[in-house]
Design a protein around this ligand. Structure first.
Ligand code: UD1
Length: 428
């Protein structure tokens, strides 16, 4: 059995890593069992190929995640880079078709909702390796999430990917209902949990070895009398959605909503390249909301200790996990961070009008604030006074990738017996 996993952008890496680890573990078990067998035919191991489209390519947006997550380098790189949605998607379509025809995997796994996800899903759903139309099974990890806002590029990517996938792996119960409402066969839907949370549970303790708190001056340096020093209160901010940062007035209004909080504690703002670009373009008024100093390495001497919005470069996986774990509050427009803060029990204010992850509101620590100054300021006050904790969403237990691999193996075996059986399920 040959499985190909596709990654492309930052939020893909932590979702794919546990699946790759599960395959490695399976192969080790197969090798061990094989060595003990004398009369039976050994169970074949799984061949795995990792494809990186190159949608994200900076060291800080890509390579550093491979290092932090113990991922081997990709086997194949498409190197598409940044462009408009149409051009980026088209480049991936062309590059990935050639890869599929050459490698002929049995299963293609796509994760999340980025342009790389939908592009590689489209190629897989339409490829034919022979005149009989043989093609790989297409598995979508993080299926069924819906914001019901088609203005979000990710929503379009989710809907399209789900409707052409054979195996749909769901992270929360709302996903099952959404897919059923859209007419997808229940037999294709598998509620397995959340592979991003698998990664978080594996790396949560290791993140403590990060020195990011010291580098940002939020904890005294270890050694000397630094060991076990208290951590200063701080909030963590991420903003990268075009709808929030591409319009100067919207971006300014969001930053104004953070003013009161910034008077009380520093707000650490690791900025996505798009956000950094906008800050440069939008000029002085916006930069005044943010501390003038751009922090790359060592922040201790270059900012006031009282507060302010402190801009940093994008952080790696372990550094960011460490920052989330110890934050008083997280403010974000990311999808995944709403889930990670839920798992960590850290209050989260989502600077959007909706969320495709309602379980983070029902069980977790998240609230959807909207994007106006007043609403954001109000949501921050509510979250700072928050008393209730959270209940961990169902199946967010670190086993999602193992469940996924079990389903992939069964579906592959079933297909060997009856070639069209699995594909026809999703169309039933
Ligand atoms: C993409 C995803 C989004 C996800 C986000 C996480 C889509 C439609 N969007 O958005 O869902 O939340 O990733 O970060 O797939 N850039 C760099 N270096 C990089 C990558 C990007 O400088 O390594 C800059 C480029 O100027 C580029 C811009 O960032 O034009 C945006 O990158 P792009 O991949 O188009 O979308 P994201 O906004 O990152």
């Amino acid at each position: 059995m040959k499985i190909m996993t596709v990654v492309g952008a930052r939020p893909n890496f932590m979702k794919a890593a546990p699946i790759i680890a599960a395959i490695r573990k399976y192969n080790q078990a197969v090798a061990k069992a094989g060595a003990e067998l004398t009369h039976q035919a050994p169970v074949p191991s799984i061949d795995h190929i990792l494809v990186h489209t190159g949608q994200h390519y900076d060291v800080l947006m890509s390579d550093s995640f491979f290092a932090d997550l113990n991922l081997s380098p990709p086997d194949i790189r498409l190197g598409v880079g940044s462009a408009s949605h149409a051009v980026q998607t088209a480049e991936i379509l062309k590059g990935f078709e050639a890869v599929l025809l050459r490698e002929r995997p049995d299963v293609v796994v796509v994760v999340g909702d980025v342009n790389s996800t939908v592009a590689c899903a489209l190629v897989t759903a339409k490829i034919a390796f022979d005149l009989a139309g043989t093609r790989p099974l297409l598995a979508h990890v993080e299926s069924g999430l819906r914001s019901f806002d088609r203005a979000m590029p990710e929503e379009v990517n989710r809907v399209v990917t789900d409707h052409i996938s054979d195996l749909l792996f769901v992270t929360e119960e709302s996903g099952i209902q959404n897919l059923r409402n859209e007419g997808i066969s229940p037999r294709a839907i598998h509620f397995v949990g959340n592979t991003m949370i698998d990664s978080l549970l594996v790396f949560k303790e290791r993140a403590e070895s990060s020195s990011i708190l010291e580098r940002l001056g939020l904890r005294a340096q270890a050694g000397g009398n630094g060991e076990g020093s208290p951590i200063e209160h701080y909030a963590l901010l991420t903003l990268h959605r075009p709808s929030n940062v591409d319009n100067r007035d919207t971006f300014l209004d969001i930053l104004s909503g953070l003013k009161e909080l910034a008077e009380d504690c520093p707000i650490i703002f690791p900025a996505h390249p798009r956000t950094q670009q906008r800050i440069m373009e939008f000029g002085t008024e916006l930069r005044l909301e943010i501390n003038e100093t751009r922090i790359k390495e060592d922040a201790r001497d270059s900012r006031s200790r009282q507060g302010g919005i402190i801009l940093t470069e994008p952080l790696g996986y372990l550094d960011f996990l460490c920052m989330m774990k110890h934050a008083t509050l997280v403010i974000t427009d990311s999808g995944g961070i709403q889930e990670e803060t839920t798992c960590l029990g850290i209050p989260c204010v989502t600077v959007r009008e909706n969320t495709e992850r309602p379980v983070t509101l029902e069980r977790g620590t998240n609230i959807v604030a909207g994007t106006t100054k007043e609403k954001i300021a109000n949501a921050i006050q509510r979250q700072l006074g928050r008393k209730d904790g959270c209940r961990m969403p169902e199946k967010w237990d670190g086993q999602a990738a193992t469940r996924i691999l079990d389903v992939l193996i069964s579906a592959y075996n079933e297909r060997i017996v009856s070639p069209q059986s699995v594909i026809s399920q999703s169309c039933a």
